[in-house]
Design a protein around this ligand. Structure first.
Ligand code: C5P
Length: 300
């Protein structure tokens, strides 16, 4: 295989616009239904060709610290790279630079989106075209959110995350991401969830509801989302009450159309009428809570 010199990609934040827990498998994993979209805010992943079988990882950026503390062999990015070389049956190597701008353990798929971007970037670098079924199995083995992050486009996600139904484009919505500066453990949130499961709807209803979404206004889109929820919101808020504060501060901003938690938290998102409103909200919340991570951007 001949190699390109360097490939650099955005590993975008994954936003669960809604997330329903519909059941639980015998192995303890939860069955989910979620409408997932991606923001123009994320980590940057750069891969460079290296000698055969050689893999190196460098981590920089404001959230590099917690990842640098982990042993390299447990890092999802390195595991993704080595597993891809294995399924390709090649002796390729790569130097990987992860510039970490998304908070870790924060419900916006940080590790999963980095792993998915690694797979995409290395396929380009190595000019490889892995068998789709093998790539799907690899993505699922890396983590429940990796398959949807590999698609990196709006999708209805089901099963434990392995079923990804791509959707047509969503409108480019003004977005605000707010993390109150606390990591939240995904297994702990699933464990704290109580009560009945939300009945599954299946992809058809969600596809029908959002298939013409690209032409709708932010307000109409947010209203359609209003009939869904994030079922992990209650257990996550119980574990980390600052999530309530983050949600309330987003909802209190002018022209906010919807405020909701993503994934298992603690990052919350707001959808806004306009870029100006999202940017003004970011300034207000950031000034009041200097320790919080607050980013305006776009979804879709
Ligand atoms: O697969 P991932 O590493 O993202 O999941 C972390 C943990 O979250 C799992 O070990 C499991 O406890 C919980 N989880 C779950 N159901 C899912 C996804 C994650 O119970 N669909």
């Amino acid at each position: 295989m001949s190699a390109a010199a360097t490939v650099s990609l955005l590993a975008p934040a994954k936003i669960n616009l809604f997330l329903h827990v519909t059941g639980r498998r015998p192995d303890g994993y939860h069955l989910l239904e979620s409408l997932v979209a991606f923001a123009d805010i994320g980590d940057t992943l750069t891969v460079t060709a290296a000698a055969e079988d050689c893999f190196g990882l460098e981590i920089s950026g404001p959230f590099a610290g917690p990842l640098r503390a982990d042993p390299p062999e447990t890092n999802l990015v390195l595991r993704a790279a080595k597993s891809l070389a294995d399924i390709l049956g090649c002796r390729c190597g790569a130097h990987i630079h992860l510039d970490k701008h998304l908070p870790v353990a924060s419900g916006i798929g940080g590790g999963s989106t980095d792993a998915a971007a690694t797979l995409r970037a290395l396929c380009q670098l190595w000019q490889a075209d892995p068998e789709p079924a093998a790539l799907a199995v690899l993505a699922e083995q890396l983590g429940a959110d990796v398959p949807v992050c590999l698609a990196a486009r709006p999708a209805f996600m089901a099963g434990i995350g392995e079923q990804v139904h791509p959707l047509p484009a969503l409108p480019s919505l003004p977005l605000l991401l707010v993390n109150p500066g606390v990591p939240v453990s995904t297994p702990a949130v699933f464990k704290a969830r109580q009560g009945t499961f939300t009945p599954a709807t299946g992809p058809a209803e969600v596809e029908a509801l959002f298939s013409g979404a690209a032409g709708t206004s932010p307000a109409a889109f947010a209203e359609a989302l209003g009939q869904f929820e994030n079922d992990l919101g209650a257990p996550a808020r119980q574990i980390e009450p600052l999530i309530d504060q983050a949600l309330a501060s987003i909802a209190a901003q002018p022209a906010c159309l919807l405020a909701r938690m993503s994934g298992s938290g603690a990052t919350c998102f707001g959808l806004f009428e306009s870029d100006t409103a999202a940017e003004a909200a970011a300034r207000t919340i950031g000034a009041g809570q200097p320790g919080w991570w607050v980013r305006p951007g776009h979804l879709g």
